[in-house]
Design a protein around this ligand. Structure first.
Ligand code: PGA
Length: 246
């Protein structure tokens, strides 16, 4: 019912040359992925090159952020239409690095989600708790609030137009993944908050996913795939994670 989905988040990594090599590595090494939806979210300047190199492939692509505005005097921002112009299918919203370093509030994230979904981009909504919040047993509370900011703006059906990624902040880039059981517990909670729409919303896990840890995560009932940072920068590792999602 829910398609397994694996998305690479390159963050602010790769040069034009590395982009070319990495995408060639993905298309050349592509085999054994039949069911899973696979996408890479690349830095803005590399979207045209990505569109060109992935044209004949089964790999979708997108960006890592967008403006909440449709157009206008917003220096440095990039709109949903601009992303669509280059064939983007996905856009990440509310990544914890943006919530933290760019001070993005859940309300702003909800506006971005709406800006993307209205235009037909698939927003990937990131939610997750910090280590301090987990230790204070506030995980469900935090995730619930982050989700509700979007459901209140877009409705439960609106959220179902996107993808949700549970990314515990303490697991991102640290090599310390949540255990499959820990992740499953939060994924089940997210599905519950989404109500009837939860059944057909893909919920991905993100945070130090590696080829070795992916199979046990994907074996969990409510984990539909992964949002992959570091391991998406190595073609062989990313492809191994995609195959594990089959
Ligand atoms: P990581 O990043 O896989 O390097 O932990 C995941 C993410 O930030 O999306």
């Amino acid at each position: 019912m829910r398609r397994p989905t694996v998305v690479g988040n390159w963050k602010m990594n790769a040069s034009l040359e590395q982009t070319t090599n990495l995408l060639a590595g993905l298309t050349e090494g592509w085999s054994g992925v039949h069911q899973a939806e696979v996408a890479v979210c690349v830095p803005y300047p590399y979207l045209p090159k990505t569109a060109e190199l992935l044209e004949q492939s089964n790999i979708a692509f997108g960006a890592q952020d967008l403006s909440e505005h449709a157009s206008g005097a917003y220096t440095g921002q990039v709109s949903a239409d601009m992303l669509l112009d280059f064939g983007s299918k996905y856009v990440i919203v509310g990544h914890s690095e943006r919530r933290e370093y760019q001070n993005e509030s859940s309300e702003l994230v909800a506006q971005k989600f709406e800006a993307a979904a209205t235009k037909g981009l698939i927003p990937i909504l990131c939610v997750g708790e910090t280590l301090d919040e987990r230790e204070k047993e506030r995980t469900f509370d935090v995730i619930g609030r982050q989700l509700r900011a979007v459901t209140e703006r877009c409705g439960l059906g609106g959220v179902a137009k996107g993808v949700v990624a549970y990314e515990p902040v303490w697991a991102i880039g640290t090599g310390r993944s949540a255990t499959p059981e820990m992740a499953q517990e939060v994924h089940a909670y997210i599905r519950e908050v989404l109500g009837p729409e939860g059944d057909h919303t893909a919920i991905l896990y993100g945070g130090s996913v590696k080829p070795g840890s992916a199979p046990a995560l994907f074996a969990q009932e409510d984990i539909d795939g992964a949002l992959v940072g570091g391991a998406s920068l190595k073609a062989a590792d990313f492809l191994a994670i995609c195959r594990a999602a089959e």
